[in-house]
Design a protein around this ligand. Structure first.
Ligand code: AMP
Ligand code: ZN
Length: 469
């Protein structure tokens, strides 16, 4: 299996630290609002990576945090006049609902920054003791980037290049810094903000230290894969490396994976630009599996532009898959109890070739676009070669194979109940309209269609009621 590593800029062979096991850490969202579909891209992609490892029989320990203490959360709390924890707890709950809709498996652990403060105090102290951090006059603790020889190795930047673009320290109000690139590990509280006691000042952690600490606690000093969106390469992940490796003396992550942006009108979707759509808004119009299919239709390292046309095309794709699965289910009851014939043996060989195409695509740096096209070829194969006359074994092999691969992609092989309900409601409304227009032929046609779907109608004084047969 090959993985493109941001650090080496090569597709590297995947060799886990421990045979049969994968330890992954994926930076999660800051929870001050509903997540937008840009945030959903890494969630969907890395969940698919995890699912592929599971399919290959690996034991996967998957950790993804929620950043629940941050300026934006505090600002939202002030605006609503509530405690910041009210904001973060609310949006963690909402984020988990969205994740469920997108079939994203809950992480093995979803640590919260606010619950991990003791570990952060400990790591910051170790950095100070090792000469990698220093305390400024006001109690702010900074990381000393000049103390870490490899600083810049992930983002391929050089310290002399004045990477963060800060020309003078005075402009930034951070005159106490030794170097413009030094970053905050701990900062003093401001009036009305949440804070924790520390040896340096009452305050709260910087963002970067959170991930180093949570990753170490739940996965150990070294991990296989660290993931996130490409905006995290610098400074967030560069700083995580500086912290973690300065303390452990070991290579922090074996492979660094970064997804490209989800764009809208070719501009990065972000909260700050205001050009975002939340996952929740999308869910009002579409089954979120359609969003998932849309995301997986491009390679994760290619930018992806959101558009209504692409969503409609993903909707049609999901429909094609679900119709095929329904048909296979129906045929399972009708197919023949007999040995496979020669033509069917050939069909199974073609099926196997497509499974290989799926696997080799996924193993080529998780090319989900090609893996999806293997699944569509499989759907086509099922549609043309499986009939009522087929041997039962052919039907069941097609069905099982498709289910397994759909599971890797995180697509449910059956229609979700609510989408079915919405479809039934729409047909009933159409039937009522037809009756009103005295188009009884169309009304009867719809009733028959509903009967075929296993829906029984009852005309009552309060209107039409329906139930499943
Ligand atoms: P944030 O809440 O901004 O820290 O982002 C959480 C995750 O979403 C990070 O991995 C970001 O890199 C990722 N992310 C944010 N916006 C986008 C976008 N437009 N496209 C792809 N990934 C994004
Ligand atoms: Zn992080």
């Amino acid at each position: 299996m090959k993985i493109f590593d941001t650090m080496t800029k090569y597709k590297e062979d995947f060799v886990p630290l421990e045979p049969g096991k994968v330890r992954m850490y994926v930076c999660g969202p800051t929870v001050y609002n509903f997540i937008h579909i840009g945030n959903a891209r890494p969630m969907i992609f890395f969940d698919t990576v995890r699912r592929y490892f599971l399919y290959k029989g690996y034991d996967v320990n998957y950790v993804s945090n929620f950043t629940d203490v941050d300026d934006k959360i505090i600002k939202a709390a002030v605006e609503e006049g509530v405690d910041p924890s009210v904001i973060s707890e609310r949006y963690i709950k909402e984020c988990k609902k969205d994740m469920e809709g997108m079939n994203i498996m809950p992480a093995t652990t979803h640590p919260l920054a606010t619950q991990e403060i003791p570990g952060m105090l400990e790591m910051i102290q170790q950095l100070i003791d090792g000469g990698h951090a220093y305390v400024a006059k006001d109690g702010t603790v900074y990381y000393r980037v000049q103390s870490f020889r490899d600083y810049g190795k992930l983002s391929h930047k050089n310290l002399d290049d004045n990477m963060s673009g800060l020309r003078t320290l005075k402009v930034t109000g951070e005159e106490d810094k030794e170097d413009p690139n030094d970053f905050v590990l701990w900062k003093p509280k401001k009036e009305g903000e949440p804070y924790w006691e520390s040896p340096w000042c009452d305050g709260r952690p910087g963002w970067h230290i959170e991930c180093s600490v949570m990753s170490k606690k739940y996965l150990g000093e070294q991990i296989d894969i660290h993931g996130g969106g490409e905006d995290l390469v610098f400074p967030h992940h560069e700083n995580e490396i500086a912290q973690s490796e300065a303390v452990s003396g070991k290579k922090f992550a074996k492979y660094w994976m970064h997804n490209a942006f989800l764009n809208i009108d070719n501009v990065k979707m972000s909260k700050s630009l205001g050009n975002f759509k939340t996952v929740r808004q999308i869910s009002e119009q579409y089954d979120l599996q359609i969003l998932r299919l849309f995301m997986l239709s491009a390679h994760y390292r290619s930018p992806l532009n959101f558009s209504a046309e692409m969503m409609e095309s993903a909707k049609a794709s999901l429909e094609r898959i679900l119709t095929c699965m329904e048909r296979l289910k129906d045929l399972a009851g009708k197919a023949q109890e007999r040995e496979l014939n020669a033509a069917e043996e050939e069909t199974l060989k073609s099926l196997e070739t497509l499974v290989q195409k799926f696997e080799s695509s996924m193993e080529d740096d998780f090319n989900t676009a090609d893996a999806l096209s293997a699944v569509f070829e499989m759907v086509k194969l099922a549609n043309v070669s499986v009939t009522e006359e087929s041997a039962k074994e052919l039907v069941s092999r097609m069905d099982e194979t498709l289910r397994k691969l759909l599971d890797v992609l995180g697509i449910l092989p059956e229609r979700k109940k609510e989408t079915l309900d919405a479809e039934v409601e729409a047909l009933i409304a159409e039937r009522q309209a037809a009756r009103k227009a005295r188009n009884f032929a169309r009304a009867d046609e719809i009733r028959n269609q509903l009967t075929e779907m296993g829906i029984l109608l009852e005309d009552t004084r309060e209107g039409v009621k329906w139930k499943r047969a």
